[in-house]
Write a protein of this length. Structure first.
Length: 210
């Protein structure tokens, strides 16, 4: 069965393997995630499970969501996400998914929201080369430069790389290795870096490439 969890990025550290090699890892607090809802082909046209993560005060939840959590007999959760699994027959509403559904050596895909960097210039956003800082270039060394010809096509093409909003977008890192699983504390150590700031929400699932 395909697996999936919601987690929170704790930060990066390093651990050592049996041979003494240093492995850079990102530690994720994954779960516990209760199953809040099951979606079936008969009712919804596809099979999926909706799971929750992160405790939230009851007074912070609106009335429709209180009914949603109450129907599942699950305490209100801060985040809800769906995972399309191969078969949902093994899971029931109210089941708790923890970090131990993953094991050392598993290949996973991690989805997160990258750090927002606000409005950035073309050099920082698109790695443009800067102009000379001497010989009459003037105070425009970090400008984008020409946007195209003048008379033809007499416009700027769609998708032109310019300054603008950078970061704070959904990013998926594929085929990462699970290096360590601490089932007691619901922690998973994943080799390499994953997107987002410390405390950011991440989704962990079986790798589609493995």
């Amino acid at each position: 069965m395909k697996k999936g969890l919601i987690g929170k990025k704790i930060g990066m550290t390093q651990i050592f393997d049996e041979k003494g090699n240093v492995i850079p890892v990102t530690v994720v607090e994954a779960g516990p995630c209760p199953v809040v809802m099951k979606k079936t082909i008969e009712n919804d046209g596809y099979e999926a499970v909706q799971i929750g993560f992160g405790d939230v005060k009851v007074q912070r939840v609106n009335k429709p969501m209180k009914g949603h959590f109450g129907k599942a007999d699950v305490a209100p959760k801060k985040s809800l996400r769906e995972f399309r699994l191969d078969s949902i027959s093994e899971l029931n509403v109210g089941d708790i998914l923890k970090a131990d559904i993953f094991a050392v050596g598993d290949k996973v895909d991690v989805v997160g929201t990258s750090k927002g960097k606000g409005t950035a210039g073309s050099i920082k956003r698109w790695n443009f080369a800067r102009l000379k800082e001497s010989h009459g270039t003037g105070p425009v060394a970090r400008h984008a430069g020409s946007l195209g010809a003048c008379s033809d096509p007499s416009r700027v093409y769609k998708g032109k790389k310019l300054a603008g909003h950078l970061g704070h977008e959904r990013v998926t890192i594929k085929n990462l290795n699970v290096v360590k699983v601490d089932a007691e504390n619901n922690l998973i150590a994943i080799k390499g870096a994953i997107p987002g700031p410390k405390g950011g929400l991440v989704l962990i699932s079986d790798s589609v490439k493995a």
